[in-house]
Ligand binder design. Structure first.
Ligand SMILES: C[S@@+](CC[C@H](N)C(=O)[O-])C[C@H]1O[C@@H](n2cnc3c(N)ncnc32)[C@H](O)[C@@H]1O
Ligand code: SF4
Length: 454
């Protein structure tokens, strides 16, 4: 890929796990009452037909990885586990009371932080609290994020017994210098062990997260990491671009300087060689950043046209309702978004007093709903169409016109009723979605809100 294209399109841009993106939520017009109404409405429309998704944020980690952009609390004190889980279960009970009917869980994901920070007994307590008042859908997909340094056979066997089939492990990079610089020393042997243990426990989808663009990382390190990854042949690979967002409060991205990071061009080379190696190894590219073997449910979701993207990233089923439990978790009622407070103590206090932990959100307008559909189509299928009035919004002709330059650069093809991203344009999918993002177009930020698109 030419360096001209990289310098032209490497700008700050959202990753579109939602539209509107969080910095563009209209918090002033948001009210908890209207959000609850949208949630009940969507739930009634979809609970028995498609079920709902649940995301549970488990924020604790024993040690800080200095590249990490997630909301986490570092502690070695495990007495935090029970009070936190009690609040999560209570928050779930409050939702179930509001919904008034037993939810059918189609998808449940434990993320963090580090879910495997928690003991087996406590995880059992949490999941018992969730499923005691809910039903599982027929092909429910239960998954968790596991840290290779502390996922035990006992964790895997408990999860497997409870019906979990999918785990994703944070690998990042196998080079020692890179690992030291991000304060995450994690030998290949650990990843090999937990990958094998998961398979022995009956997991059908084992995923590895790999990152390019980390401090001191070179193209050779990426090649080495993928060579080693191929030895274990995970079912799914998330191949993330390192998101450098040091201005986000408390995320701890320090311990290295901006000069220690690869340049945009080096980063793009790392991505290209990584992608080539993964395709040669038999993986299929799914949406942005993801690769899967054809036997994995993520690949099958493409075949079945059910691939979806929400705050959990890419998922295999299109559920309209996603309930986020725990600190900083975001819920999606299809017609609205809502986020919980970020502090552990504040969250626990609110829930203990039967008060919702939601502190901000957004109710989607008619235009938001149409744009969201196009952005979802682009992020999941690299194409979108507008045949009916419901697919049309007032500024659509302007949007298409603004893509003329990307058309000239060979990134997109379009006609009166469709837009398609070319093979060449796939790495720039975020830039293409930005053209549809009317909230961003009408109110360009003065300070940097998002990580760079390359
Ligand atoms: C919550 S962590 C995974 C679970 C567990 N805490 C661990 O580290 O193994 C989820 C994944 O997010 C990705 N991630 C975190 N911070 C990132 C950043 N700044 N840029 C890109 N990916 C990031 C990493 O690949 C990480 O494995
Ligand atoms: S990468 Fe995982 S273990 Fe490391 S700080 Fe982030 S959430 Fe915690």
């Amino acid at each position: 890929m030419s360096s001209n294209l990289i310098s032209k399109y490497n700008i700050a841009g959202p990753r579109y796990t939602s539209y509107p993106t969080v910095p563009y939520w209209d918090n002033k017009k948001f009210s908890l009452r209207s959000y609850k109404e949208t949630l009940i409405r969507s739930f009634k429309e979809s609970n028995t037909s498609e079920g709902i998704s649940i995301y549970i944020h488990l924020p604790f980690c024993e040690s800080l990885c200095t590249f990490c952009g997630c909301n986490k609390r570092i502690t070695k004190n495990h007495s935090v586990e029970i009070p936190y889980l009690k609040s999560v279960i209570k928050e779930w009970e409050m939702y179930c009371d509001l919904l008034g009917e037993r939810p059918v869980i189609k998808e449940l994901h434990l993320g963090g932080g580090t879910p495997t920070f928690f003991s087996i007994d406590n995880l059992n307590l949490l999941l018992d609290g969730i499923f005691r008042i809910a039903n599982k859908a027929e092909n429910t997909e239960l998954s968790f994020e596991g840290h290779p340094n502390n996922t035990t056979k006992e964790h895997l066997s408990l999860f497997s017994k409870l019906g979990f089939q999918r785990v994703s492990y944070g690998v990042q990079d196998y080079n020692e210098k890179v690992q030291k610089s991000i304060h995450r020393v994690q030998p290949f042997e650990n990843v090999k062990k937990v990958t094998q243990d998961a398979r022995e426990a009956g997991f059908t989808s084992v995923g590895h997260d790999i990152i390019f663009g980390l401090p001191f990382q070179t193209k050779e390190h990426v090649v080495h990491t993928i060579e080693r990854t191929k030895e274990l042949l995970p079912d799914r690979i998330a191949f993330y671009s390192y998101a450098h967002v040091p201005w986000i409060k408390g995320n701890g991205q320090r311990g290295y300087k901006d000069e220690d990071l690869p340049t945009a061009e080096e980063k793009r080379e790392q991505y290209e060689i990584g992608k080539k190696m993964l395709l040669e190894a038999g993986y299929f590219e799914i949406g942005m950043d993801h690769f899967a073997l054809c036997t994995d449910s993520l690949y099958q979701a493409i075949e079945n046209k059910t691939l979806h993207r929400n705050f959990m990233g890419y998922t295999t089923s299109r559920t309209r309702v996603m309930i986020g439990l725990g600190v900083s978790a975001i819920s999606d009622s299809w017609y609205g978004f809502a986020q919980n407070v970020k502090g552990v103590e504040e969250y626990q206090n609110l829930i203990e007093n039967n008060i919702s932990a939601i502190y901000r959100g957004h109710i989607l307008t008619k235009e938001d709903l149409v744009i969201r559909k196009h952005i979802l189509n682009l992020m999941c299928n690299f194409k979108t169409t507008w045949f009916t009035r419901e697919d049309y919004f007032e500024d659509l002709p302007e949007v298409i016109h603004s893509l003329k330059e990307m058309y000239d650069d060979g990134l997109v093809e379009f006609d009166t009723n469709f837009l398609k991203i070319t093979e060449h344009g796939k790495p720039f999918v975020r830039n293409i979605c930005m053209a549809f993002d009317m909230r961003l177009q009408r109110n360009k930020p003065e300070t940097q809100l998002f990580s760079m698109t390359v």
